[in-house]
Write a protein that binds this ligand. Structure first.
Ligand code: CAA
Ligand code: NDP
Length: 286
């Protein structure tokens, strides 16, 4: 089968913009679809700023940045992804939104052999697969934040996913310069199953008044050499996304450790979503 040269990405938020950036940097023609013209412009700005940051940090040259930008196109019309061979869905962590987007993609993408991958953090892959007419070609492809920096992609076949789809997805991971691990289709896969209870425990520690956010974070940064403590990491992930992930995991396992703490729910209700809204456990400029 031909290697993937035409990739689609749906959703250009924190993750979609990172996935599109990395693919374009690795020589792939990438078309990004967002829901509205305003969201397209916000996504384009986010992606361009990250490429500029890569240049500033010496990760790529100005010419490479410009070549990556030339490989990227943007649209607010999903049907512009019709000619794609492989599409990665990275819209909000909401089962209904993802189901609608994947069903629409299934109809729009012309090549019956094309693969639809979802970047969901916690929604069962099989539920999304059977919502489409191509359950053998739907797979979980879970990137990590920030995508240009983190090396891992979890590859998650559903019970319906074909072995050919798994292999083709692994080939794309390699093409993007990332490393794959394979995980079973259980909510949270490998990494979030371990990470989320830890993050939620830190929120409960703040909630109970046992320690302040900065002390908890410095504890894990200085005591365990984590690059960032759990509350700074929650602010990076987005508290709305973290809540949605915890809810899916709790729905699947009914395990109290996965239940979103009241403080997390209150912060999301208040719009304190972390870095992306300028305020979470900490405040951010710009
Ligand atoms: C919720 C889910 O479903 C799953 C998830 O994603 S969970 C979240 C997983 N992510 C994490 O755990 C992130 C943990 N934090 C980190 O790794 C780091 O704190 C961070 C990368 C986010 C920020 O790093 P930073 O403060 O900028 O530290 P810094 O040491 O300067 O940068 C780290 C590296 O990233 C590179 N980098 C940073 N921004 C970059 C960019 N835009 N483009 C390219 N490279 C970049 C830096 O150059 C540096 O590379 P070297 O190590 O080769 O020098
Ligand atoms: N944040 C993280 O650390 C990680 C997240 N993930 C997963 O990645 C996915 C995306 O998360 P993240 O990028 O953080 O979320 P964001 O909220 O940053 O981005 C989601 C994007 O999807 C867009 N969107 C919503 N509905 C549609 C639609 N119908 N068509 C096209 N675009 C749409 C949103 O646009 P608008 O803003 O206009 O609504 C927004 O730009 C989730 O499934 C999440 O679980 C995976 C790994 C890590």
């Amino acid at each position: 089968m031909d290697p993937v040269t035409r990739l689609g990405v749906v959703g250009c938020g924190l993750m979609g913009s990172g996935i599109a950036e990395v693919a374009a940097r690795h020589g792939i023609d990438v078309r990004v679809a967002e829901a509205t013209p305003d969201a397209v412009e916000a996504g384009r700005r986010r992606l361009t700023a990250s490429l500029d940051e890569g240049v500033r940090r010496g990760k790529l040259g100005e010419e490479q940045r410009d070549q990556a930008l030339a490989r990227l196109s943007f649209s607010h019309d999903l049907s512009d992804l019709a000619d794609r061979q492989f599409v990665i869905e990275a819209v909000a962590e909401n089962r209904d939104i993802k189901t609608d987007v994947l069903r629409a993609l299934d109809k729009v993408v012309e090549d019956p052999a094309a693969i639809l991958a979802t970047n969901t953090s916690s929604i069962p892959i099989v539920d999304l697969a059977v919502a489409t007419e191509r359950p053998a070609q739907l797979i979980g492809m879970h990137f990590f934040n920030p995508v240009p920096v983190q090396q891992l992609v979890e590859v998650i076949p559903a019970l319906t996913t074909s072995q050919e789809t798994v292999q083709r997805t692994r080939d794309v991971v390699q093409r993007l310069g990332k490393q794959a691990i394979q995980a079973a289709d259980r909510s949270g896969f490998v990494v979030n199953a371990l990470l989320v209870p830890y993050l939620l425990s830190a929120v409960r520690m703040v909630e109970s008044g046992s320690a302040r956010p900065d002390d908890i974070d410095r504890g894990m940064e200085l005591g365990c050499a984590h690059p960032m403590g759990p509350l700074r990491l929650l602010d990076l992930i987005g508290l709305d996304t973290a809540q949605a992930v915890a809810e899916s995991m709790y729905e699947e396992f009914k395990e109290p450790l996965y239940a979103p703490p009241a403080l997390l729910r209150r912060m999301v209700a208040a719009g304190h979503l972390g870095r992306k809204s300028g305020r979470g456990f900490y405040t951010y400029d710009g």
